[in-house]
Design a protein around this ligand. Structure first.
Ligand code: FAQ
Length: 321
């Protein structure tokens, strides 16, 4: 007996799904006006909007350090990086809007916790070295994931990823440059870099999502050509690149079980998934504070939205006359 396809909505047919999947199989991009299963649309809105929220909330941990940057050069670089993240949020909200999501709906979902954002941004930035470690590890993990997503089957998302990845590559380089300099600097700088690695290593591994066996969305997202690699595959790529580089910089990775296997893959010890889920739910870390900050920014921006609406209404009235 053939298994019924649970992703076929009542008003969809198996033939429509087969034609859609054949397009993906041929490597065609799905564009905004094309027919797509309702579940494909739902999954993309979920993932792209959460990605957009992550970019915007992701401005907060680093933004806190702009006024305390040690030199003018470092301050300018950090300001540019934080502004880039706002731009990434903007591209991604637009990509989700091509699927029918509204900006108001997405922001409301963020502020009411119906939508998630990346766990990594609920960790505090406790020293200046955290800014470098975020660039090296968090942007490093984000790039591994997003280079894969640049090949995603949905055209507007994949094209946004190409632009975002080129900017994230610069972020990654500046973070690595900063940490390597501190790791080879004064004893106090070395200690600051090591302390930052101790706190960011495990959250960086977690941000790439639960193990494949615990990832309910990977199956359908892989079948429909959105995720071209699984969470564990991307995590392995991330560790293989970053573990040897961190060790070469003279730092110690805070995982006593970390080792290279016969195939040359760096294998990590057990990840604390209880911490991961608690951080996402806002039970640990800065989840409550981050959302309160976003809520305040949203409230403060109400007059801008009202002014834009008034301007649009007036333009429409003039056009109607
Ligand atoms: N945090 O079934 P899966 C950045 C949720 S951007 C919170 O494996 P999926 C740039 C997941 O949503 C970083 N929640 O899910 C930057 C799902 O819940 P749902 C963000 C997480 O979607 C750098 C549930 O767990 N990147 O860093 C997390 O197949 C520096 C089950 O998980 C993206 O968003 C997590 N870490 O795979 C900015 C990329 N992991 O929605 C500033 C796009 C999982 O069913 C400074 N997203 N969950 O309620 C993705 O690639 C995927 O969504 C994954 C998760 C890989 C994150």
């Amino acid at each position: 007996m053939t298994q019924p396809n649970s992703h076929i909505a009542p008003n969809e047919t198996a033939e429509q799904h087969a034609a859609f999947e054949a397009r993906i199989e041929r490597g065609e991009k799905i564009e905004a006006g094309d027919w797509m299963p309702a579940e494909y649309r739902r999954q993309l809105i979920r993932m792209i909007s959460q990605h957009a929220h992550s970019e915007v909330v992701g401005m907060l941990p680093e933004g806190e350090w702009i006024s305390s940057a040690p030199t003018l050069k470092r301050k300018t670089i950090l300001m540019a990086k934080v502004q880039d993240e706002a731009g990434h949020g903007q591209y991604l909200y637009h990509a989700a809007e091509t699927l029918g999501a509204t900006r108001e709906g997405m922001i409301d979902a963020l502020l009411t916790r119906k939508a998630k954002y990346s766990s990594i941004f609920n960790y505090p930035t406790m020293s200046w070295a955290d800014v470098g470690m975020i660039g090296w590890l968090v942007d490093g993990a984000a790039i591994k994931n997003q280079t894969m997503l640049a090949g995603a089957s949905y055209g507007p998302y994949s094209r946004a990823m190409v632009r975002i990845c080129s900017e994230e590559t610069f972020h990654h380089k500046q973070g690595k440059e900063m940490i390597v300099a501190y790791a080879q600097g004064t004893p106090a700088q070395r200690e600051m870099a090591q302390d930052a690695l101790n706190r960011w290593w495990w959250p960086a591994l977690m941000m790439l999502g639960p193990h494949d066996a615990d990832s309910p969305n990977t199956g359908i997202m892989s079948k429909w050509g959105v995720k071209l690699k699984t969470n564990d595959e991307v995590r392995q790529e991330f560790i293989n690149e970053h573990a040897p580089e961190l060790l070469e910089a003279g730092l110690t990775i805070p995982d006593p079980d970390l080792h290279q296997d016969a195939d040359g893959n760096w294998k990590h010890g057990p990840i604390n998934w209880d911490e991961f889920w608690a951080v996402i739910k806002g039970e640990r870390g800065l989840g409550q504070e981050r959302l309160a900050t976003r809520q305040a920014a949203h409230d403060d921006g109400a007059w801008v939205r009202e002014a834009l609406q008034a301007y649009t209404d007036r333009q429409r009235a003039v056009a109607a006359d």
